[in-house]
Design a protein around this ligand. Structure first.
Ligand code: BTN
Length: 253
């Protein structure tokens, strides 16, 4: 049921359990008209989805698991990376109110130092050249202390700050920040967003190890193209461009 709690900035559906909040919201949007920003929060997902067809590990009642719907009909499909930028900036800035050391690992993971605290999955529907609907699913590790899946380097807010956090309060603040950043996007502040994103990136300075189809190499971040392509500059000062999944960051333990 869609509710409008006083403290929550957008329409809310709170579920004790679902397979995946993305699947739930997608099915709802097919069945009926759903107001923009409507957010589905679940205490537990039985089949949480991650990137690359992986599952998303999250112990019941310990994490923030949510999805929301946008209708960015003002955005051409070739600018869809801006949605990743605004959503990841909003989440990173919220986490920074609890500790230092957060960054955005291209394209849209949130890291604390060399560890992943948040994953984001965005599924866009296109109508012609424009985006008609976008459903974003976000998983933020909040109070979980042990991770069992082989996902590399997980961390939670509790492990970072050594105290428990209220999940609902973080959900409220994150959605407020997303609403504000989305308004900035709608009003054409694209270069401001791209600049902030660049500054917020993981490994935005110095040489670091990466791996692509040809093996391991050291490189520095050169830039992110407007379409979201990552451009690295290797030790021989040669530029190498990658779309998502074409390059792997080699992480420190
Ligand atoms: C990733 O692999 O980095 C993306 C993970 C996204 C997980 C969230 S949890 C809430 C929403 N529902 C899902 O099934 N997945 C996303």
């Amino acid at each position: 049921m869609i509710t409008y709690p006083d403290t929550f900035p957008v329409p809310l559906i709170h579920l004790e359990e679902t397979d995946s909040t993305i699947n739930y919201l997608q099915a709802l949007c097919k069945r009926q008209e759903v107001e923009e920003f409507t957010t589905v929060v679940a205490d537990y997902q039985s089949a949480g989805r991650g990137q690359k067809g992986n599952s998303w590990e999250a112990e019941a009642d310990k994490n923030l698991l949510f999805s929301f719907v946008l209708y960015p009909t003002f955005l051409e499909a070739n600018r869809q990376f801006l949605l990743s930028q605004v959503i990841s900036l909003a989440i990173k800035e919220e986490l920074e109110s609890y500790a230092d050391g957060f960054s955005i690992k291209w394209p849209n993971d949130i890291y604390w130092r060399e560890k992943k605290i948040c994953g984001i999955l965005i599924e866009n529907d296109l109508t012609g050249r424009f985006i008609s609907q976008s459903i974003a699913g976000v998983g933020i590790n909040i109070n979980q202390e042990r991770f069992l899946s082989p996902a590399p380097n997980p961390v939670s807010l509790r492990m970072i700050t050594r105290r428990e956090h209220g999940i609902q309060a973080i959900a409220e603040s994150v959605m407020k920040r997303i609403v504000d950043y989305y308004a900035a996007l709608r009003s054409g502040k694209e270069s401001f967003i791209a600049e902030r994103y660049r500054e917020a990136l993981f490994r935005n300075k110095g040489l670091h190890p990466y791996r692509d189809g040809n093996g391991r190499f050291l490189a520095r971040l050169a830039r992110i193209e407007p379409g979201g392509r990552l451009i690295l500059e290797d030790e021989k000062r040669k530029e190498r461009g990658y779309m998502f999944k074409e390059v792997e960051y080699i992480l420190e333990d």
